[in-house]
Design a protein around this ligand. Structure first.
Ligand code: OFO
Length: 176
C-alpha cells in the first residue's frame, strides 16, 4: 500500500518516462531521416530503456496494490538542428528526469516509505549513468566539430549499441 500522494507522483513519473521514450523515438526517426543510422540505433535503444523505466514503475505501483493511471503523452519535437542539438536536448531532459526522481525520493523519505525509497534507488543510480552517457557523446561531438568523416565514425560506433534491458514486458518488470 502506498500513500495517495506517492501513488500520484509515481503515476506522473510513468508518464514522464513514456514521454522520454517518445522523445527518443522521435530523435531516432530524425537521425534516420538525415542519414545517421547509427545515431538512429542509439536513440532507439534509448527508447527501449525508457519503456523499461516506465514499465518498472508500472509493475511497482501494481505490486503495491495501487491503481496505475495512464495519462496523455504529449507530442515530442519532430525536427532537430543537428546531432549536437539532439544530445544537448537529451542531456537537458535527463537532468529534468533526475530532478523528478530526486523529488520522488524526497517524498518517499517524507512519508517514511522505505519500500519506495529502496525501489527508487535503482533510478537514482540509473540517472547518473544516463547523464554520463550524454555528456560523453556531447564531448565527442565537440571534438568532431564540422568534420563529416569524424561524425560518420561516431555514427558507426553508436550503431553498435544494443539494448541491455528486457524488451518483452509480458511477465512484468518489477524485478530487473
Ligand atoms: Fe532517461 O531515464 Fe528514464 O527517463
Amino acid at each position: 500500500m502506498l500513500h495517495k500522494k506517492m501513488t500520484q507522483a509515481l503515476n506522473e513519473q510513468i508518464n514522464k518516462e513514456m514521454y522520454s521514450a517518445y522523445l527518443y523515438m522521435s530523435m531516432s526517426n530524425y537521425s534516420a531521416l538525415i542519414g545517421l543510422k547509427g545515431f538512429s540505433n542509439w536513440f532507439m535503444v534509448q527508447y527501449h530503456e525508457e519503456m523499461f523505466h516506465a514499465m518498472k514503475l508500472y509493475g511497482y505501483v501494481q505490486q503495491q496494490g495501487e491503481d496505475v493511471e495512464l495519462k496523455t503523452i504529449k507530442a515530442p519535437p519532430s525536427a532537430f538542428k543537428s546531432p549536437m542539438d539532439m544530445f544537448t536536448q537529451t542531456l537537458a531532459h535527463e537532468q529534468y528526469i533526475t530532478k523528478s526522481i530526486n523529488e520522488l525520493m524526497e517524498l518517499a523519505i517524507g512519508k517514511k516509505d522505505h519500500a519506495t525509497q529502496i525501489f527508487l534507488e535503482w533510478y537514482v543510480t540509473e540517472q547518473v549513468e544516463e547523464e554520463e552517457n550524454d555528456n560523453d557523446i556531447i564531448a565527442q561531438l565537440k571534438l568532431i566539430g564540422d568534420s563529416p568523416q569524424a561524425l560518420l565514425m561516431l555514427d558507426r560506433e553508436l550503431g553498435g549499441r544494443t539494448a541491455t534491458v528486457p524488451l518483452d514486458f509480458s511477465n512484468g518488470v518489477a524485478e530487473e
